[in-house]
Design a protein around this ligand. Structure first.
Ligand code: TMP
Ligand code: ASP
Length: 238
């Protein structure tokens, strides 16, 4: 399968057409952005690390009954994926309070939440991805009905339970993460985009060290070292 024309370029990935109209090639970029791209950087090899991490996690999720857009990993920074229509909702799952949750509501940093929290954010850079409620999703026609929102929440929670267990076996505490879903040509909702240290927070269970994009957001240094360590642990057989 060969890359044809560039169809879309986002902050972390490029999407190319292929000979098959139903399939795309996703290329993971080395660019790093934060705060809606107000902060920009780049880390050589970051794209390849995220591609490999995301591929392994999507294979794990598929094995656990979660349908994803991933067809095949082509090389270290390219995946062959199903063409889907992205639902413009960023679904954020939180186990522990930090980031915008702590900032917005004053919840103590690092507090374990009494239950898994699922939030919806509007995927719209011009509006700075605002948090939205179910009614907003319906008013904006982001999904066809309330049942679809329920399905997104349940799917996100299932992904969380699989990933939380997987990372905990590898000494990483899954704090929170963001996922995106798409609708394929059969009308099925499938997990799309990526799951990587760009879109998750992981804290080392022994040292408490941050092993994700917060290293870039908060100028903690050693961004690539942390991503390499996450890949190493993700590839460990248990
Ligand atoms: P937040 O605490 O900044 O809202 O982030 C929650 C989670 O979502 C965290 O794991 C980082 C991830 N995330 C993204 O993947 N993309 C984004 O644009 C934002 C704001 C957060
Ligand atoms: N992904 C967003 C951005 O690039 C925000 C973030 O991850 O902090 O700007």
């Amino acid at each position: 399968m060969n890359k044809k024309e560039l169809l879309y370029e986002g902050k972390a990935k490029k999407l190319y057409a292929t000979e098959d109209p139903d399939l795309l090639i996703a290329e993971f970029k080395d660019d790093l952005t934060a705060f809606n791209a107000q902060k920009k950087g780049s880390e050589s090899g970051k794209g390849a690390l995220n591609c490999q991490i995301s591929s392994r996690l999507y294979e794990l999720l598929e094995k656990n009954g979660i349908k994803t857009h991933l067809i095949k990993t082509l090389d270290e920074n390219h995946q062959l994926v199903k063409k889907v229509e992205i639902i413009p909702i960023e679904v954020v799952v939180r186990n522990t309070a930090t980031g915008s949750l702590s900032k917005r509501l004053g919840i103590k940093e690092a507090l374990k939440l009494p239950f898994t929290l699922v939030e919806f954010y509007l995927k719209d850079d011009d509006l700075n991805d605002p948090i939205i409620c179910e009614e907003h999703c319906l008013i904006l026609n982001l999904v066809k009905d309330k049942e679809t929102l329920h399905l997104l929440k349940e799917r996100a929670k299932k992904i969380n339970s699989v990933l939380k267990e997987f990372f905990s076996q590898r000494g990483l505490d899954l704090i929170d993460f963001k996922v995106e879903f798409g609708i394929d040509k059969e009308g099925e909702i499938v997990l799309s985009d990526e799951i990587s240290p760009d879109s998750c927070r992981f804290w080392d269970m022994d040292t408490g060290e941050k092993m994700d994009k917060d290293r870039f957001r908060q100028n903690l240094g050693n961004v690539k070292v942390a991503y390499e360590e996450v890949l190493k642990r993700v590839l460990e057989e248990k």
